[in-house]
Design a protein around this ligand. Structure first.
Ligand code: DLL
Length: 460
């Protein structure tokens, strides 16, 4: 039980109770001198590091030297943070074209670890970390896990895959840095995960939200009592975490969860993470990442608080000093103070990417819009699948949505009425009439890593 007077954050529900009561003093901050610094101090740190980073990239990476020479900009031209706009953008294509080590700024004997993105759509992107990069990475993770109420002495179980994916090792090192005991279970083997939570007294679970939902369901099917489990915190990331899904996991597993963002090209997890005050925004590690938000089409900056594409420049990274990386992730950034006491800017949860928009019969549809409509329908679970195909020369949008056991019925009429209601709701939001298929409970395949919700079968 939560002690209302002392807000023991190590008690189940303790961290959330402290946050709900505005007692953020009960929640530790890993590096207050930067996480709670004034905006002026943060910007001064950023400017000093930006100047160094640009000079370093210019000196050591021929690609950037040539690009900057072509654009007529020299490192000495970077005098203010706004001057970042004078630098070239970097896209995934640049990293692929220079595969494997073309953007590396140090020789291999200074690299301590390589990671890569999956490369399902072409050559993988390979990134390398020096010892200092590894140190900075684990510090960024230590900060964001503390934001979720994790404390030294916690027992953390890893359900991200290890290997080339940055999620597994990234969180592993950062949790150890904070002083947690790591259980390197990896992804898959779900029943064993639940057994280990019970046997080893796991207090923190690290997973994609899709896999956490699956672990929850498997535990329930095994008769495991999540309310009595030692598990207290869920650290999620690697894929969009819709608010409805997070709330459902928190309710059913009796844990507090945070959503954490990052990407391989600039480091991996640790770019930003949710605190317990703003449950839908993530604090950016601004002393290590300079952010911009730009119009995805023109590349021009949008106003503060407006939605656009996030562009990131890692500051002081030695292995690969990437400049102005186009993430394709859509978000808005806010700089007003946060109730948790941190002054680091907050980005809205990423729900869509500029490149995941589907154009269906001329209408733009984001998968996140479909997700939001389904979340508002109590008869269905968070599991869904979108198929886009060509039928009779026209685009067809098929939405498969999984029924909750209590909503499942043998009556054709009631199932058909529910289906028609879902079609109507989707149509009024998307302005495109979808075909809806109701799937029996458990009928949609579960992911052990990042869930793939969309299958676009149209011939390009
Ligand atoms: O997914 C890094 C990571 C691992 C972050 C574990 C957090 C936890 P990539 O495999 O390179 O890196 O994929 C990066 O995944 O550009 C986003 O589109 C998406 N993404 C990652 N985290 C989130 C999140 C890791 N919390 C790409 N919310 C990014 C929404 C996310 N999208």
């Amino acid at each position: 039980m939560v002690d209302a007077a002392n807000f023991d954050v190590t008690a189940k529900g303790g961290a959330l109770a402290a946050a709900a009561a505005g007692r953020f003093d009960a929640l530790p901050v890993y590096k207050p001198e930067i996480e709670c610094a004034s905006r002026e101090e943060i910007r001064a740190v950023q400017l000093a590091k930006l100047k160094e980073t640009v000079a370093y990239a210019y000196e050591r990476v021929p690609y950037y030297r040539e690009k900057m020479d072509e654009m007529g900009v020299a490192p000495a031209d970077i005098q203010t943070l706004d001057d970042v706009c004078r630098l070239p953008f970097t896209d995934k294509a640049v990293l692929r074209d220079t595969f494997p080590f073309g953007l590396f700024a140090v020789p291999m004997n200074e690299i301590r670890e390589l990671h890569s993105s999956s490369g399902t759509t072409g050559k993988p992107v390979v990134v390398g970390y020096t010892e200092d990069d590894m140190d900075m990475w684990s510090e960024c993770i230590a900060r964001l896990v503390q934001m979720a109420g994790v404390v030294p002495g916690d027992v953390a179980q890893m359900a991200f895959g290890y290997g080339m994916f940055t999620g597994g090792f990234g969180l592993h090192y950062g949790l150890q840095r904070l002083g947690c005991a790591m259980i390197p279970a990896g992804s898959g083997n779900t029943e064993r995960h639940i057994q280990m939570i019970e046997d080893y007294g796991t207090t923190v679970l690290v997973a994609t939200p899709s896999y956490a939902m699956h672990i929850c369901e498997v535990g329930e099917a095994m008769g495991y009592d999540w309310g009595a489990s030692p598990l207290r915190v869920g650290l999620f990331g690697g894929e969009p975490c819709p608010p409805g899904l997070k709330a459902e996991i928190e309710r059913r597993m009796h844990i507090v969860c945070t959503d954490n963002y990052g990407l391989t090209e600039v480091m991996g997890p640790g770019v930003s993470g949710e605190c317990l005050a703003e449950r839908f925004q993530q604090h950016i590690a601004e002393d290590h990442f300079l952010w911009e938000v730009v119009d995805p089409v023109t590349g021009e900056p949008v106003g503060e608080g407006e939605v656009g594409e996030l562009v990131l420049t890692p500051l002081g990274k030695q292995g690969i000093p990437v400049l102005r990386y186009r993430t394709h992730d859509l978000t808005a950034v806010h700089t007003e103070p946060c109730a948790c006491g941190r002054t680091l800017a907050r980005m809205d949860k990423v729900r869509s990417r500029s490149d995941d928009m589907l154009i269906i019969r001329g209408t733009n549809v984001f998968p996140s819009q479909i997700e939001d409509v389904l979340t508002g329908i109590e008869e269905v679970t968070p599991h869904y699948h979108i198929i886009v195909r060509t039928k009779g020369g026209m685009d067809e949008l098929v939405v498969e949505t999984e029924l909750r056991p209590e909503a499942f019925s043998d009556s054709f009429e009631s199932m058909d009425a529910l289906r028609a209601r879902i079609v109507e709701k989707l149509k009024s939001t998307l302005l495109v009439a979808p075909t809806v298929r109701l799937v029996e409970p458990g009928g949609i395949e579960r992911a052990v890593g990042k869930a793939k919700h969309v299958d676009d079968q149209r011939v390009k």
